[in-house]
Design a binder for this molecule. Structure first.
Ligand code: GAP
Length: 547
């Protein structure tokens, strides 16, 4: 098994804290009991994990740093020949579940560029911000809240060291629970964390940028590069990328790369409703690129500056939205579970404090090797977006409900999931180093079969005696239906390992007996069991086993 990152701390017993959650256009501070957030940021040895995942993803053609020959571009990645297949399969699996399986949901593909007023109406121009601070000596820019969080993480490391020292000293008699609740040094560290988090999240909640800077100064936090405390003031930094367009009707030429795909759906609500004669409740789905100028971007494809979302806005009658919210919570969780990963890897994190436009919100979190983190957001967005677009555009975005004989602005339930984050979830869970009975180690990527880049590899045992020709016949038979690889180079064992490493569920080996009995050996990636199957049954075999 891939070594799990070392836990730095098991539990933080703060009574409360705030977490920040990027829920659509604004950062929302949420009060939660017990510090899951602090626990999460401290339970990871992220670097080891990301090194292993990044190296495998690169070595096997899944993900490359963007423009790598120029030393890459921070938080931007390119998908290689295998990655693009896995990503496409994730997208199609979602599309099938959301659009094909729901008669009342249709898809669109809106442009990335949108009229600039879109982002005024949605609130992104005014409220899509991170607090930033610069060090004047190194000229480096940091998220002010993250500098403080890193400082707290260091105190937690000290607690952890105390615990490890005591464990060594007391051996089997060591009672960790008792130690962390009574040891004076540990208690002092904990109190310090509690005080800092109270000040930090209090200041964030109040949008008090001076108080955040004062906290950085009081804690004597230095720039990791220059080592100095020569900080600028804290400023709010908008996360949208701006660019220029030749001519825009109102004379302003600044437009934005969309930070979410959702707004493309809202502005097309009436077009789709009218042309599709859609009856409420109905949904509009979309997949596509989104862009955010993330400041802390050191988590591989978890937090990217260019990423892909799969979003669905479900339009409902006002007053029914909370029922639909519950419905979509369950339906989306069922989708995740249908991938076959363990149920305990997922949990809901219901938001207790809500953005002003929402009346319910939850995250589906996934237990990444660096802790539970948001994978998907489900939000009951009321009529906020349609009303705002109506106000800013002067167009009525309503629905005439013939059953009620009245017009209203529909309420919206949104489901929003990142393709790249789903990729990271399945990829990181699937990647394992397995020790075999003979002591050798194989690296295997046990991806859900329906997501695997290639469904089978066809391998002639040797490169002679008519075996490659027979293998090519099998390729021709199966290729119209499945993504296949053909490989005749190296010993069969090495070829199996290559396929294991890219997650191919089945290897189909053509040997000398094949020429006599018209059967092949099919090897299962996960069990490594082999079975003899007539070539005529191969299509049915794959059909029955690739889900
Ligand atoms: N329209 C709602 C919306 O955009 P969000 O919680 O900001 O909500 C939804 O984003 C999902 O998009 C997240 O759950 C995550 O999977 C993905 N996502 C957001 N920011 C991302 C980033 N910088 N890199 C990769 N994925 C991201």
């Amino acid at each position: 098994m891939l070594k799990q990152p070392k836990l730095v701390i098991k539990e933080v017993s703060l009574a409360w804290t705030f977490i920040k959650c990027k829920d659509n256009q604004s950062f929302v501070k949420i009060t939660i009991f017990a510090s899951n957030f602090i626990k999460t940021i401290l339970t990871m040895n992220q670097e080891d994990f990301f090194k292993k995942i990044t190296a495998h993803a690169k070595e096997y053609g899944f993900i490359f740093p963007s423009s790598e020959i120029y030393d890459g571009l921070s938080a931007v990645y390119d998908y290689g020949q295998n990655g693009v297949e896995l990503k496409k399969n994730i997208r199609e699996y979602w599309w099938k579940a959301m659009v094909q399986m729901h008669e009342n949901i249709v898809g669109i593909d809106a442009a990335i560029f949108m009229h600039p007023t879109t982002w005024k109406a949605s609130g992104h121009v005014d409220a899509f911000n991170d607090p930033l601070i610069d060090n004047r000596d190194s000229k480096k820019r940091y998220r002010a809240d993250v500098l403080v969080e890193d400082y707290m993480a260091k105190i937690e490391e000290k607690i952890n060291k105390e615990v490890e020292k005591a464990r060594k000293r007391f051996g089997d008699a060591f009672n960790e629970e008792q130690f962390v609740t009574t040891n004076p040094r540990v208690l002092e560290h904990k109190a310090k964390i509690e005080e800092i988090s109270h000040r930090l999240y209090g200041a964030m909640e109040a949008n008090d940028l001076d108080a955040i800077k004062q906290l950085i100064l009081d804690l004597e936090i230095v720039c990791p590069i220059s080592g100095t405390r020569n900080w600028t003031d804290v400023r709010q930094f908008n996360l949208m990328f701006a660019t220029k367009m030749g001519s825009v009707a109102d004379g302003s030429d600044t437009i934005y790369l969309r930070p979410e795909t959702a707004q493309g759906i809202f502005v097309n609500y009436l077009n789709v409703q009218k042309t599709g004669r859609m009856k409420i409740p109905f949904g509009i789905a979309q997949t596509g690129k989104a862009f955010r100028n993330e400041i802390v971007a050191r988590q591989f494809i978890f937090r990217m500056r260019e990423f892909e979302q799969m979003e669905m806005q479900f339009f409902v009658r006002p007053g029914t939205e909370l029922e639909w919210f519950q419905h979509w919570k369950q339906e989306r969780l069922a989708w995740h579970l249908s991938l076959g990963l363990p149920a305990e890897k997922y949990r809901f994190h219901d938001h207790e404090k809500l953005a002003h436009y929402a009346n319910a919100a939850t995250d589906i979190e996934f237990d990444f090797p660096f802790g539970f983190k948001e994978l998907e957001g489900i939000h009951s967005r009321t009529d906020f977006d349609l009303s705002r677009h109506s106000e800013f555009s002067g167009k009525k975005l309503q629905y005439f409900d013939s059953e009620l004989n009245e017009s209203y602005t529909p309420y919206v339930i949104e489901t929003s999931i990142g393709v790249d984050r789903t990729f990271l979830a399945v990829f990181s869970h699937a990647l394992k180093d397995e020790t075999l009975p003979d002591g050798s180690v194989r690296t295997v990527l046990s991806l859900p079969a329906m997501l695997a880049p290639y469904k089978a590899a066809v391998l002639p045992l040797v490169k002679k005696d008519g075996l490659p020709e027979k293998a090519r016949e099998i390729m021709d038979m199966l290729k119209p239906h499945y993504m296949l690889q053909y490989d005749e180079k190296d010993a069969i064992g090495r070829r199996y390992r290559r396929q294991d490493a890219i997650g191919t569920p089945f290897c189909i080996t053509v040997d000398n007996d094949t020429l006599n009995d018209n059967s092949v050996t099919v090897r299962n990636r996960d069990t490594m069991q082999q079975e003899r199957i007539p070539i005529d049954n191969l299509t049915a075999f794959l059909h029955n086993n690739l889900h």
